[in-house]
Design a protein around this ligand. Structure first.
Ligand code: HEM
Length: 137
């Protein structure tokens, strides 16, 4: 039987397995190899710390993921389909490895992050609401 996500070793297995899939993926892999050539020796530990903070309540992550992805979007548009693929691979990885309340939480979390990222990347609805249409239309 599969276990739940409980400790740092579980987070490392999850993150490593996920990025192995991302790197190979024809739809989003190029963001990490060509758009932002990622140094995996620093990116992976940063992602361990991000997910430990989110899932295990260890406040080790310091960073601004939303800003980071706004910058990535300036180099190459980050579209809904890219986020959809990211989410599919993430959920698939969790399903393969884990089961339990924290695993379920881990599957749900990115949806909120994606909604925030997309609203910053494409602020059309916000600017229409505030009556400022000049930048978006
Ligand atoms: C198609 C979707 C996505 C792409 C292509 C993407 C790509 C990237 C890239 C290229 C980096 C920078 C690595 C570096 O600076 O070396 C990064 C960082 C990061 N990403 Fe994403 N990302 C995506 C979605 C997400 C989502 C949905 C989340 C959150 C649930 C997320 C969380 C993070 C975090 C926490 C960092 C580290 C930011 C920092 O502290 O520097 N990403 N991502």
């Amino acid at each position: 039987m599969k276990k739940d996500i409980e400790n740092s070793a579980d987070i490392q297995l999850l993150v490593n397995t996920f990025y192995d899939k991302v790197k190979e993926d024809p739809n989003i892999g190029f963001f990490f190899s060509e758009i932002i050539p990622v140094n995996w020796n620093t990116h992976l530990p940063r992602m361990y710390s991000f997910w430990e903070s989110v899932l295990l309540g260890e406040a080790s992550y310091k960073g601004n993921p939303v800003l980071k992805h706004v910058e990535i979007n300036q180099k190459h548009p980050l579209q809904q389909a890219h986020f959809g693929k990211w989410l599919e691979l993430w959920k698939q990885t969790i399903d393969e490895l884990f089961e339990g309340p924290t695993a379920l939480c881990a599957q749900k979390k990115p949806e909120q992050m994606i909604a925030i990222m997309m609203s910053k990347i494409n602020p059309i609805s916000i600017s229409v609401l505030s009556g400022n249409r000049q930048n978006s239309l």
